[in-house]
Design a protein around this ligand. Structure first.
Ligand code: NAP
Length: 454
């Protein structure tokens, strides 16, 4: 895959980048090692100062940065601005809290003193996806840099300008040379970087296939890995729910980021008592969404990020249609240039359909009818993914039952699944392992050192 900006709104290639040569990668690895030797000795106050400076740069240049995100991957300008602001807030949160999150833990033993220290690991490689091209990177960079690690970013090939922009922000914030670098390499070279002795750990956010390759390479090299992979999140609606709100939030949860979010609601599992009302209102709202130029204020849904992504979803929807599913709206690409796919609702899903088993990374909602709450819970868990889950109910017993019974990394009740810096983010089953954000996230790339003083 070429390393290039292809504007998904027009389909035109705007800028192509030369991949780093072997010598350039070697120089960056050496710089990372040098930077770590110095940076690991910095105090939390010094790191917080640099991290806050990075937040100030993002906030001060927010519209210009957001425009780059929209140009490279097609998210609406409004959501790109929200993403950049969220990155600034995460940098500030870790700047403020890292010291207390990583404070030594005194442990009572027979020693005079015993405690656990949290120390940085070293250069960490981050292999990142294009869908939240800045937020995904900050989820690793903000805690990592505050913990004293240094970062190497292998970003998705279609967002090179965003990758270089993030590197530039950290450089201008005053981080030492080599503390955060972008590697312009193809995915074939990732395993070599993981194998390099100077790299201490790897984090990947992406598809299952990429997760397997990265985890294999990390396993061979005996290195820590964190995997944040795909999802097919259930959105369960029970009769006691506020139906109007469930419809409005459900549509938002499906089409956010033009339908390309790992935690988008993908499978709408609705109790039969309210199914017909939900289907009608939900389909009506999806049909009414405005598809268009992501820079326009009135646009709800912009293009998919790549031609490949659009062709993939087209194949999934055609497969469902051919097997008898009812396509209630959309179900095709939009006319004209760019990688647009119309908001789509599909009912009558059966287990043999690709959409049932695979992640659908587009504004395509799948509707399922459940007999009762027990059936809804069974269907929600009937997926090889286990990232997030959203449940809509007005009853305490149902809430407890779903919070305890859902096999997922994150459960949101009467709200859409979202990432928030204070809470751990991650999944179960094929959605990956490890956690980002919060106190758990910052510790993923720290060594826990036990200290015993006799
Ligand atoms: P992807 O194709 O897996 O790419 C993700 C990153 O991995 C890119 O940098 C890609 O580089 C690299 N990559 C791909 N194959 C690789 C391999 N065999 N070895 C090493 N690196 C490899 O995923 P995507 O299409 O960019 O992103 C969408 C996926 O990410 C969806 O499945 C989505 O659910 C998931 N995601 C998960 C989370 C989460 O937190 N759980 C968050 C966001 C997205 P190239 O671009 O050069 O191929």
């Amino acid at each position: 895959m070429p390393i290039a900006t292809v504007n998904p709104t027009t389909g035109e290639t705007e800028k192509v980048f030369e991949p780093d040569s072997g010598a350039q990668v070697e120089a960056k690895l050496a710089a990372a090692q040098r930077a770590f030797a110095l940076y690991r000795t910095s105090s939390f106050e010094e790191r917080a100062h640099l991290t806050t400076a990075a937040a100030e740069l993002l906030e001060g240049e927010l519209p210009a940065i957001a425009r780059v995100l929209t140009t490279e991957m097609g998210k609406t300008f409004a959501s790109a601005k929200g993403e950049v602001a969220k990155c600034g807030a995460a940098l500030r949160w870790f700047a403020e809290h890292a010291q207390s999150l990583l404070a030594d833990e005194l442990v009572s033993t027979s020693a005079t003193e015993s405690r656990v220290r949290y120390e940085p690991m070293g250069p960490v490689l981050a292999v990142m996806p294009w869908n939240f091209p800045m937020w995904q990177v900050m989820r690793f960079a903000a805690p990592g840099l505050m913990a004293g690690n240094v970062g190497l970013l292998k970003h998705a090939s279609n967002v090179p300008q965003t990758a270089l922009l993030i590197e530039d922000v950290f450089r201008r914030a005053g981080f030492p040379p080599g503390a955060f670098q972008t590697l312009l390499i193809s995915s074939q070279h990732v395993a070599e970087v993981i194998a390099d002795e100077r790299v201490r750990a790897v984090t990947l956010t992406g598809s299952e296939g990429a997760g397997r390759s990265v985890a294999e390479a990390a396993g061979r090299a005996i290195k820590k890995s964190v995997l944040e992979l795909g999802g097919s999140d259930p959105f369960v609606v029970l009769p006691s729910a506020d139906l109007d709100r469930a419809v409005a939030v459900g549509v938002q949860a499906r089409v956010q980021n033009n339908g390309q979010s790992c935690i988008a609601a993908k499978r709408f599992i609705v109790h039969r008592a309210v199914y017909d009302a939900f289907e009608e209102a939900f389909t009506e709202t999806m049909r009414g969404l405005v598809v268009g130029d992501p820079m326009d204020r009135g646009t709800d849904v912009g293009p998919l990020a790549t031609a490949q992504g659009r062709d993939d979803v087209q194949g999934q929807v055609e497969d469902a249609r051919a097997q008898g599913a009812a396509v209630l709206c959309g179900g095709r690409r939009a006319e004209g240039p760019g990688f647009f796919y119309l908001p789509t609702v599909i009912a009558g899903i059966t287990p043999s359909m690709r959409v049932d088993a695979e992640e659908v990374f587009a504004p395509v909602a799948l509707l399922y009818k459940a007999d009762d709450a027990a059936d809804a819970l069974r269907m929600a868990n009937d997926s090889r993914f286990g990232l997030g889950a959203s449940v809509w109910t007005g009853e305490d017993d149902e809430r407890r039952r779903f919070v305890e019974g859902l096999d997922a990394g994150m459960v949101f009740v009467n709200a859409m699944v979202a990432s928030t810096v204070e809470l751990p983010f991650g999944g179960t089953k094929h959605s990956g392992y490890g956690r980002e954000l919060s106190g758990l996230g910052i510790k993923e790339f720290c060594e826990a050192k036990s200290v015993w003083i006799a």
